[in-house]
Design a protein around this ligand. Structure first.
Ligand SMILES: NC(=O)c1ccc[n+]([C@@H]2O[C@H](COP(=O)([O-])OP(=O)(O)OC[C@H]3O[C@@H](n4cnc5c(N)ncnc54)[C@H](OP(=O)(O)O)[C@@H]3O)[C@@H](O)[C@H]2O)c1
Length: 244
C-alpha cells in the first residue's frame, strides 16, 4: 500500500493510549495522517504524541472521558476551532468487566454501557457534521463476543452487541452520503487488558500466541484505503492458534 495513503487526512482515534490504539496511531501516522488522539491518561498521551510526531502530518492530544457528555462536548468544540473536517473516526476506546450475570454488579453494567455504547454514540453524533464534509469513514473496534455472547462476559457482550447495532443502523443511514462504517470483531489480542483477563482466569499469558495489535492496525488501514467504490462493513479477526 502507498505509504501516504492518508496524506494530510484528519484521523480521530479514541482509546489511543491502549496497545491497539497505539498500533493504530503508528499505522495511520506512517500513512501520512494528521492525528487527533483521545484518552484519559495524560502521561501516555504525551508519550504517544512524541512517538508519532516524526511520522504524522500533525498530532494533537485531548484528554476525554467518554462517560461524560461535557468532556465530549468540550473536545468537539475545541476540535471545531482546529478543523472543519474529519476524514476518519476510529472508536478504539472501551472498558471490560468479567463475572456471571447472577452476581455481576448492575452499576458496573451502567459504566460499561456509557463507555462502550453511549460515549461512542454521542461522540459520533457530535462529529458527524465534520465527517460529512469529506465524506469520512467510521471504524468501531468491536469484539467477537459482540457477535456471539459467551458465559462470564454477559455485561460486556451486551455492550458489544449494542455497539454493533449502532454501527449497523448508522451505516444504513449514512452510506448514501458517501460515509463508510466498519465494525472490526476482534478475538483475544495481546494487550494489557488481555494480560489482566488471563490473570483473572488463572492461566499463563502467552502474548505471542494471540492476535497482534499491529496486525489489527494493518487490516483497519487496508480497509480505510480501499477505493470508494467498495465498502468493508465487517472484519472478524482471531488468533490462528487457540491457546485458551
Ligand atoms: N484486547 C482484546 O483482546 C480485545 C478483544 C476484543 C475487542 N477489543 C477491543 O479493542 C479496543 C482496544 O482494546 P485493548 O485491549 O487495547 O483495550 P484496553 O487495554 O482495555 O484499553 C482501553 C482503552 O480505552 C480507553 N478508555 C477506557 N475507558 C475510557 C473512558 N471512560 N473514556 C475514554 N477512554 C476510555 C483507555 O484510555 P485511558 O487508558 O487513557 O484511560 C484505553 O485507551 C477496545 O475497544 C476493546 O473492547 C479488544
Amino acid at each position: 500500500m502507498e505509504e501516504t495513503a492518508l496524506s494530510g487526512r484528519c484521523v480521530v482515534i479514541t482509546g489511543a493510549t491502549s496497545d491497539i490504539g497505539q498500533a493504530l496511531c503508528m499505522s495511520m501516522a506512517s500513512a501520512g495522517a494528521s492525528l487527533v488522539l483521545l484518552g484519559r491518561d495524560k502521561t501516555t498521551l504525551e508519550f504517544l504524541e512524541k512517538k508519532v510526531r516524526r511520522l504524522a502530518a500533525g498530532v494533537a492530544i485531548y484528554e476525554v472521558d467518554l462517560t461524560s457528555d461535557e468532556s465530549i462536548e468540550t473536545f468537539v468544540n475545541q476540535l471545531r476551532l482546529e478543523t472543519d473536517a474529519v476524514d476518519v473516526l476510529v472508536h478504539g476506546a472501551g472498558s471490560f468487566e468479567m463475572g456471571p450475570l447472577a452476581s455481576a454488579d448492575a452499576s458496573e453494567f451502567d459504566l460499561l454501557f456509557r463507555t462502550n455504547v453511549r460515549g461512542p454514540y454521542f461522540l459520533t453524533q457530535s462529529l458527524l457534521p465534520l465527517i460529512r464534509q469529506t465524506p469520512g469513514q467510521i471504524v468501531f473496534l468491536n469484539s467477537t463476543v459482540g457477535l456471539e455472547a459467551k458465559k462470564g462476559v454477559g455485561q460486556y457482550a451486551a455492550t458489544q452487541h449494542a455497539q454493533r447495532a449502532v454501527a449497523d443502523s448508522l451505516r444504513a443511514e449514512i452510506n448514501n452520503d458517501g460515509i463508510r462504517v466498519l465494525s472490526v470483531y476482534l478475538g483475544r489480542t495481546a494487550t494489557v487488558r488481555q494480560k489482566r483477563i488471563f490473570e483473572l482466569e488463572g492461566r499463563t499469558y502467552e502474548p505471542a500466541l494471540l492476535l497482534q495489535p499491529g496486525d489489527v492496525a494493518k487490516m483497519v488501514l487496508a480497509s480505510l484505503c480501499l477505493p470508494r467504490t467498495a465498502e468493508v462493513t465487517e472484519i472478524r479477526m482471531r488468533p490462528l492458534v487457540k491457546s485458551y
